[in-house]
Design a protein around this ligand. Structure first.
Ligand code: FE2
Length: 142
């Protein structure tokens, strides 16, 4: 949790997408669901990153470059997962994919949940602490 409700809601939405994918495990059309969830994760994370980075830029956050690199690396990992998924689809163009798709879905769920857990609790905490300190400074100066 941060002191920024919009950011909290965006984080929640991303975690919800990962949870939805988890709930889809065992479903007949898991292949299609993995594809749509990966695409949602990529699209929505990018929206969130743009929003957060704009706030950090506007406040001259001193670790902005490092933070943007973390965001870019995450999008890079999602792109790699999408590539790996396309390879799986090519290799197993029929029902055989069901044996491959479940472990792949787990891989996506694990990566996304572990990445966000660390990112929210450690990395975003640093920039939210910075913004909070800035707000406190303005408050005490008025
Ligand atoms: Fe972030």
């Amino acid at each position: 949790m941060t002191d920024f409700p919009t950011i909290d809601n965006q984080h929640k939405k991303i975690i919800d997408i990962a949870n939805n994918l988890h709930s889809s495990l065992g479903s007949d059309n898991l292949q299609e669901l993995v594809k749509t969830h990966l695409s949602q994760l990529k699209r929505y994370s990018a929206v969130h990153f743009r929003f957060e980075e704009k706030i950090l830029q506007d406040h001259n956050y001193f670790l902005i470059n490092e933070h943007e690199c973390l965001h870019d690396a995450y999008i890079g990992e999602l792109l790699k997962l999408e590539e790996r998924f396309s390879e799986l689809e090519k290799r197993f163009p029929n029902i055989l994919i069901s044996e491959e798709i479940e472990p792949f879905a787990w891989k996506v769920i694990r990566f996304v949940s572990q990445w966000w857990l660390h990112h929210i609790l450690v990395e975003d905490k640093k920039n939210m602490d910075f913004l909070q300190k800035l707000a406190d400074t303005y408050d005490s100066g008025s």
